[in-house]
Design a protein around this ligand. Structure first.
Ligand code: AP5
Ligand code: ZN
Length: 207
């Protein structure tokens, strides 16, 4: 299937996308991870890092190119973190069709709690939470034994800016898809397993 997952910073897109990729044996295309892996790449606009560390969007041409290359190689996919503004919506609609558009709805106080407590593996990128999703051994990744660290953009000030950028640029994207047949709103303010079961029900309605 061709799945798009939308939601605010911290809504759980990455967490649920990893499960979708495994369950349906599809590619997890995430612009956030792709950019983090190429943070210091020189582009004509500057490095991705120079935008990400303050919570701003990386310029469209850089991100569109990443998505185009990933879509070319993918058969099925779950696309996470893109599109984030109306120009990216247009770019995507020229590039591929979508079977289901999932929107994870989570209130703002909960987003801040999730991002403040998030820890990620420095080696493999697996995501944990100090309260809601603890590794077996504190500070150590279950998957690969790597060290768990806080993401650079998960500081309180940058989180607030990311939420502001989301409200300004990405909420109109949600409204764009809300009117389409593929759209499925999911209550993201539940435990990860309950969110997952609602997601599977939603996807199954479209594939
Ligand atoms: P990106 O990496 O996409 O960050 P984001 O959208 O802010 O989303 P997050 O990764 O923070 O959250 P998530 O929804 O994946 O939540 P997660 O599953 O980790 O983008 C980063 C930056 O890159 C942007 O600011 C921008 O600069 C740039 N960028 C990326 N894409 C771009 C684009 N298209 N255009 C331009 N620039 C772009 O969960 C969060 C935490 O909560 C975790 O700790 C998790 O364990 C926990 N959790 C998850 N689900 C639950 C649950 N149900 N209950 C309790 N806790 C939960
Ligand atoms: Zn790891």
């Amino acid at each position: 299937p061709h799945i798009l997952i939308l939601g605010a910073p911290g809504a759980g897109k990455g967490t649920q996308s990893s499960r979708l990729a495994e369950e349906y044996d599809i590619d997890h295309i995430t612009t956030g991870d792709a950019l983090r892996n190429n943070k210091d790449m020189e582009t004509e606009y500057g490095t991705p890092r120079s935008f990400m560390e303050s919570g701003e969007l990386v310029p469209d041409p850089v991100v569109n190119e990443i998505v185009e290359a990933a879509l070319e190689q993918a058969d099925g996919f779950v696309l996470d973190g893109y599109p984030r503004n109306e120009s990216q919506v247009e770019y995507l609609s020229d590039a591929t069709d979508l079977d289901v558009v999932l929107y994870l709805d989570v209130p703002e106080e909960e987003l801040v709690r999730r991002l403040a407590g998030r820890r990620v593996c420095d080696d493999c990128g697996a995501t944990y939470h100090v309260e809601f999703d603890q590794p077996e051994e504190e500070g150590v990744c279950d998957e690969c034994g790597g060290e768990l660290v806080q993401r650079e953009d998960d500081t309180e000030e940058t989180v607030r800016e990311r939420i502001r950028v989301y409200e300004e640029n990405t909420e109109p994207v949600i409204e764009h898809y809300r009117g389409t047949d593929a759209f499925e709103a999911v209550d993201g303010d539940q435990g990860p397993d309950d969110v997952w079961s609602d997601i599977v029900d939603a996807v199954e309605r479209h594939v």
